[in-house]
Design a protein around this ligand. Structure first.
Ligand SMILES: C[S@@+](CC[C@H](N)C(=O)[O-])C[C@H]1O[C@@H](n2cnc3c(N)ncnc32)[C@H](O)[C@@H]1O
Length: 212
């Protein structure tokens, strides 16, 4: 399966932030460890990440979520099945609210209880759990959306239907603390996924279609 790079449509709206080298931010090792299943994601690490985001939830809910326009840019340009979507790491819910306009059903999960408690979209279906152990049956979603959060490829692959799509968005491109390059996203999910990547606003998205 190929990896196709599409031209930018959504222009950058503010001055782009500089890139962060992998070694220069502690979350980068966490992200890579999760994506390539090196055994570093355990109960202790999960609790530390949950505590970190619990402590940021009040501030998070006031932020403008740049992921919304980038997700819509991807949805406008990529064909996908509109049945049931899961957002992994939904934070305070702004992207989850966008999903309801595109899918028949949208569910969010987050490891941080405080993020969900401070949701800007409290009426959504949201579950406090770890993306590394999703409480859903195999092949039960048509789409998985991840914005600035961790990719656990085995779980994404397990719950996605064949023909489904994973959308992975980094709102500040390689300046995003929780960042995986488009090449690493595809490598982590495997070659049965056909990938499309585009720069979008100040960030970048990759959409990956699962084939049999
Ligand atoms: C940088 S924030 C992004 C939140 C939201 N997607 C947004 O764009 O505003 C990362 C989110 O991922 C969540 N998260 C981190 N690790 C997770 C995991 N293993 N399972 C589920 N959620 C996780 C955090 O609690 C946090 O809400």
């Amino acid at each position: 399966m190929s990896h196709i790079f599409l031209p930018r449509v959504l222009e950058a709206v503010i001055e782009p932030v500089g890139g962060i080298a992998d070694g220069a931010h502690p979350m980068r090792a966490v992200v890579k460890g999760a994506a390539f299943n090196d055994g570093s994601w355990d109960g202790i690490r999960a609790q530390k990440v949950a505590d970190l985001f619990d402590s940021m939830a009040l501030e998070w809910k006031e932020r403008e979520n740049e992921g919304c326009s980038m997700v819509m840019d991807a949805f406008d340009r990529i064909q996908f099945t509109t049945g049931r979507a899961l957002e992994v790491g939904c934070g305070t819910g702004e992207v989850l609210e966008i999903l309801k306009g595109y899918f028949d059903e949208a569910v969010g999960i987050d490891i941080s209880h405080e993020m969900l408690r401070n949701s800007n979209y409290p009426e959504a279906d949201q579950i406090n759990c770890d993306g590394a152990r999703l409480p859903f049956p195999s092949e039960s979603f048509d789409a998985v959306v991840i914005v600035n959060s961790l990719l656990f490829p085995a779980e994404v692959d397990r719950i996605l239907k064949v023909g489904g799509t994973c959308f992975f968005v980094s709102t500040k491109g390689d300046g995003t603390p929780i960042y995986l390059s488009p090449y690493d996203v595809r490598k982590a999910l495997g070659l049965k996924y056909q990938a499309f990547t585009a720069a979008s606003g100040n960030g970048i998205w990759t959409a990956l279609h699962k084939s049999a």
